[in-house]
Design a protein around this ligand. Sequence first.
Ligand code: PGA
Length: 257
Amino acid sequence: MNKRIIAANWKMNKDLNDSKNFFKKFFSLKTDFSDDIIVCPPFIDLGYLCENFKNSGVKFGAQNCYYEDSGAFTGEVSASMIKKIGADYVIIGHSERRTYFGEDDHIINKKVSAALKNGLKVILCVGEDLSQREQKKEFEVVLSQIKQDLDGLKQEDVKNIIIAYEPIWAIGTGKTIFPQQADLMCKSIKEFVKETYKTSSQIKVLYGGSLKISNASDFFKMQNVDGGLIGGASLDPEEFIKIIIESEKTSKGDFNE
Ligand code: PGA
């Protein structure tokens, strides 16, 4: 059976106390998961959560990393540090990092390499902005981002990459793309990666951007959408659990084969 990936991107929300309260509630509601559940909290909560919820069925990830392993890079956190603290994943290339912190595809590519070298799985975020979509350039933009961000990747690395397709105009805005449009993009991404890296293993592609309980099943039903990267709706344990349950309900074991 092909598992879905349900990933939470908490962004700069929740201090350690909030995180503890979240998981108290979360695990009081559900403790067994048939999908891969990943939570990406702020760095400051990551060590505690990895340590205390090691065998809980939830995996943890960082929201960013730096590409050097150590040294005079004030304020940065390396992929090797993230790995050593017990996290398994790192989000790279989120549109907020691209927009507010000036990360371009060259920097993102270096971060992807560093993460893989240190044994982390990468959730690579890509997506077009509204004007690019209006100009019907979304496929060109997204595939070009992937080409540059994954440049130099070896065939065997593909299994450690998850791509999150997040149209920028849908992030945190309440606007969503039609599930069929997301499906089409996810399909193109899969074909592109398969062709570029000559790999038979299928890359997992998530949808992200205002995913919530009211629309989750519409996206999960799509053949090429392997799960979601969820911001706002992952902050509330009850809503996040409902989305996880919705995914389990729509798991037929026959999608994306
Ligand atoms: P959103 O964020 O669900 O709040 O739109 C998604 C993301 O930015 O990863």
